[in-house]
Design a protein around this ligand. Structure first.
Ligand code: AMP
Length: 420
């Protein structure tokens, strides 16, 4: 299948070409025809699958194909975080470049100038509004924003929005939107509250369920079993000796992120932390540097794992194992995006061994264990780790338990090409 099969108008087709998309991804193949038919849709799809374009393209096609189009805000995309809102807006700008459609991202934070820019953008009636719920409500209550021309309502990462406590805000916003509309709900997971929300705001939706909770095929997943005191040393070694150009490190807390940033800098590894203590402009600059490859390493918590849309990230390191297996999928999904390849390395200490077990259960397979470099000392063996009980049966598996007194010359495997 190619994008020509959707018969998008010329201007949109040009935009798709300029973005470098040649073949629709699976979610795009499934979702685009449904949206073009005007149906409501509930789609279970992870970030990294091309889901944004799967709703943007048919909506952009419909709006830009209207003859004598009036200048009205007909599309509202709700997203949980400002980073995701900005990324969606950037995709709109790229895809809609030749259509003449306009868009704005409206999100919280920022100073009075940003608020004023958003206010003016809203007053000018852009075609597509991409917003986080809280800030959108601020503009609604100030009276500057009216949603009575909305024809397309999209909820992106709906599960994340509910996790972040936006349920009431979403319902408040929907009260202002005409009932006669097309509603599309995208979510990485489908827990009961999401199904309930879908039941109350969608009409006879088509459902698409792309095998969720599974990492992309192109991710080469590895683990190192480590004692706590070995973690930072291993991290520095992986970063120094690997041939990776773009790396994200995830830690479970903001304090840990800050500590790691200090440690890496002290070890002369060029890295920057990304967390909520930074001003918005600083956060944007860090993301830009990372995107432009002037910053090779970025460190963040799970807040960074959803939404960050940077192509060519070839290594994800979980400095801690996330508590929720879904977060593991989201974190490692930052690499191997849109069917490329990448490597995801997770450091597992004794306390995290149980969490790893849940992850392995969810993905339905064991993750390869790498041998700890000898100079870092002996690796631990965990009673609870399923990985520790499966040596010998798996050709790809490397023994991580070093016999006493026996040198271990095998270093980490970061030199492997991604996906090897
Ligand atoms: P998403 O899942 O929407 O966050 O998209 C992940 C990344 O894939 C983004 O960088 C998109 O620009 C890119 N992308 C989306 N669709 C395609 C496609 N058909 N071909 C190549 N890249 C794509």
């Amino acid at each position: 299948m190619t994008f020509h099969d959707f018969n998008f108008n010329e201007q949109l087709t040009e935009g798709i070409l300029s973005m470098g998309y040649t073949t629709p991804t699976p979610i795009q193949e499934l979702a685009i025809p449904v949206v073009l038919q005007g149906k409501d849709l509930i789609a279970c799809a992870q970030t990294g699958t091309g889901k944004t374009a799967s709703y943007l393209l048919p909506v952009l096609h419909q709006i830009s194909s209207q003859p004598n189009r009036e200048h009205r805000t007909t599309t509202l995309v709700l997203a949980p975080t400002r980073e995701l809102a900005q990324q969606i807006d950037q995709q709109v700008e790229g895809l809609a470049y030749f259509t003449g459609l306009s868009s704005i991202a409206v999100y919280g934070g920022g100073d009075g100038i940003v608020y004023e820019q958003q206010r003016r953008g809203i007053q000018n009636k852009v075609d597509i509004l991409v917003a986080t719920p809280g800030r959108l409500i601020a503009h609604l209550t100030s009276g500057v924003l009216k949603l009575n021309d909305i024809k397309y309502l999209i909820l992106d990462e709906a599960d994340r929005m509910l996790d972040m406590g936006f349920m009431d805000d979403i319902m408040r916003i929907i009260r202002d939107i005409p009932q006669e509309r097309q509603t599309l709900l995208f979510s990485a997971t489908m827990p009961a509250p999401i199904r309930k929300l879908a039941g109350s705001i969608l009409r006879n939706p088509e459902q698409i369920n792309l095998a969720t909770s599974q990492p992309a095929q192109g991710i080469n997943q590895q683990i190192y079993n480590v004692h706590n005191e070995q973690k930072s040393k291993l991290l520095i070694q992986l970063l120094r000796e690997g041939n990776y150009t773009s790396t994200i490190i995830f830690a479970n807390t903001k304090d840990e992120v800050k500590r790691l940033s200090r440690e890496l800098r002290a070890a002369h590894v060029k890295a920057n932390a990304f967390h909520s203590d930074f001003e918005q402009a600083e956060r944007e600059q860090i993301l830009l540097d990372f995107k432009n490859r002037t910053l090779p390493v970025i460190i963040g918590t799970d807040a960074l794992s959803r939404g960050i849309d940077v192509e060519g990230i070839d290594l994800v390191i979980n400095y801690d194992v996330p508590s929720d297996p879904e977060d593991y999928i989201h974190r490692i999904g930052r690499t191997a995006r849109a069917e490329t390849t990448g490597t995801a390395i997770t450091l597992v200490n004794e306390r995290d061994a149980r969490k790893l077990k849940s992850i392995e259960q969810m993905i339905g397979r064991s993750i390869d264990v790498c041998t700890l470099p000898a100079e870092l000392g002996e690796a631990p063996v965990f009673r609870d780790s399923p990985s520790s009980n499966r040596r010998g049966g798996n050709d790809k598996r490397r023994s991580f338990k070093k016999k006493k007194g026996q040198g271990n010359n095998r270093g980490p495997r970061p030199n492997n090409p991604p996906g090897s």
